[in-house]
Design a protein around this ligand. Structure first.
Ligand code: ADP
Ligand code: MG
Ligand code: ZN
Length: 482
């Protein structure tokens, strides 16, 4: 019989900060520029060049720490992490080791399997990114590698979790939450594909009931939530098979291959670096006083959890709607601009999560680029509420608004889409339809209730969808039975 195992996961996230300049020099850090055009003696690691800490990067670290319930260290130290690699010009990376800028935080996650759960954050430290190697692929340069140092010295936060997650789903919930927060704070653009938000997953298993942690493997740099889930699930299976067959998990770094969905060994513990950390003598200790922390606290935006709770309690949205809308700050702002203009939060939520989100997805654009502003959408929703148009016609009007950027009223007017709410006009249409369908009328009167749908359909067709459905039902009933 095979043993039942418990999965244990701890995550290390690297978030690139959205500062204008690098962490220890004034170079710009725009993505996608020509190789080595955003460099200077400091980020090239030329002898004698001295690093100067970017104050904005510190502010962003404090922000991230406060938003993840960390204690901000009054004094932290930059250290040299020594290793040799061609993308690291100084031969060491400036990082933080013994005294990181933030510690002892947590995030609450929610999964279907385990409900609400608190995940500990061990530490957040600041460090510089390395450059990038580009390996030649043409026949002439196949044996050559190039180095681009534009990314060298880009500010990063490394956010290290406790080994508190027990499934791939919990790991993904934690990552998405953290991702949402850094994007909300504006400290990271959150782009996984460009590597602005990268994750290493430490995965181990242990027999259920065992206190001691199993030996972990570390899965490196996987660039989508879906792949992280796949990689963890594959790794858990692999380790369980090993143990079930009398083998042992060895501590190692493994790479995920998205083509095969498998992980493979990259380096073992024996090959692990001894980084010989020591305080960087070129940088003074980072001192953060209470006043600075309070100033930064004052700039924190409303965070996703608070927004979600407010949407539920103040606006009466369902937990599901509140969650979806609060997940995206810009979408939430759009929704909130719409609500007071219509006085109907549920209707606004339906449209923002429905038509608006669908069009944004179809065209792959952000809400700020939508041709229908919150004011314009509210203008349309008001016409549903005051019965000028039905919900169905509103979808047609919306498509035209999206295509033209025009307001609802002018489209309704120009296209003659006003709902018919004039009793005598609807009565006249119904009289005609009853006269034209004597057979169905007799059957209905004899008790064939199902035919109501047929009659409603006929009236809606005759009115080109514009008759008020509530009135049609009421008048039909009166005429057919009266
Ligand atoms: P390193 O710096 O060598 O990667 P750390 O001790 O800083 O090692 O741990 C890194 C991450 O690994 C943390 O997120 C931690 O929670 C996680 N971790 C440590 N031990 C285990 C384990 N046995 N199983 C799963 N995750 C672990
Ligand atoms: Mg690690
Ligand atoms: Zn530079």
């Amino acid at each position: 019989m095979s043993t039942t195992y418990e999965t244990v996961i701890g995550l290390e996230v690297h978030a690139q900060l959205t500062t204008d300049t690098k962490i220890f020099c004034g170079c710009s850090k725009t993505f996608g520029q020509e190789a080595n055009t955003q460099t200077c003696p400091v980020c090239l690691g030329l002898p004698g060049a001295l690093p100067v800490l970017n104050g904005k990067a510190v502010e962003f670290a404090i922000k991230a720490g406060l938003a993840t319930n960390c204690a901000i260290a009054p004094r932290s130290i930059f250290a040299r992490k020594n290793y040799f690699y061609p993308d690291l010009p100084k031969g060491y990376q400036i990082s933080q080791f013994e005294l990181p800028v933030c510690e002892h935080g947590w995030l609450d996650i929610n999964t279907e399997e385990s409900g609400e759960k608190r995940i500990g954050i061990t530490r957040i430290h600041m460090e510089e990114d390395a450059g990038k190697l580009i390996h030649g692929e043409t026949s002439e340069n196949a044996r050559t590698s190039f180095v681009d140092l534009n990314r060298a010295c880009t500010p990063l936060l490394e956010i290290v979790s406790e080994p508190d997650m027990r499934s791939a789903d919990e790991a993904i919930a934690y990552l998405k939450k953290l991702h949402q927060i850094v994007v909300y704070l504006g400290v990271c653009d959150g782009n996984l594909e460009e590597g602005s938000f990268r994750c290493d997953a430490n995965v181990s298993i242990r027999p259920v009931g065992q206190e001691e942690l199993g030996t972990r493997s570390e899965l490196k740099n996987i660039n989508s939530f879906r792949f992280i889930k796949q990689a963890i699930e594959y790794e858990v299976e692999r380790q369980a098979d090993l143990l079930d067959n009398g083998g042992k998990v060895v501590q190692e770094t493994r790479l995920f291959d998205s083509q095969t969905g498998m992980t493979r060994s990259m380096r073992g513990k024996e090959e692990a670096h001894d980084y010989r950390y020591f305080p960087d003598p070129d940088l003074v200790p980072l001192v953060i006083d209470e006043a600075w922390i309070e100033r930064v606290r004052g700039t924190l935006p409303e965070l996703p959890d608070a927004k979600r709770a407010r949407f539920e309690t103040d606006l009466g949205l369902s937990a599901y709607d509140a969650e979806i809308l609060a997940a995206d700050q810009a979408l939430a702002a759009y929704f909130e601009a719409c609500v007071p203009l219509t006085g109907d939060a549920k209707l606004c939520a339906n449209w923002v999560m429905g038509e608006i989100s669908r069009c944004l997805n179809d065209e792959n654009i952000a809400i700020d680029a939508a041709p229908v502003s919150a004011e314009l959408l509210a203008g349309l929703l008001k016409r549903i509420k005051d019965n000028t148009i039905s919900g169905k016609i509103a979808k047609t009007v919306f498509e035209k608004m999206w295509a033209s950027g025009k307001d609802a009223d002018s489209i309704i007017e120009a296209e003659g889409l006003k709902q018919v709410t004039d009793t005598s006009a609807i009565e006249a249409m119904i009289d005609e339809i009853i006269a034209a369908n004597p057979g169905q009328t007799a059957e209905f009167r004899a008790g064939k209730e199902k035919l109501m749908g047929f009659f409603v359909g006929q009236v809606m067709k005759a009115s080109q969808g514009k008759a008020n459905p509530g009135m049609v039902n009421q008048i039909l009933r009166k005429k057919l039975l009266g």
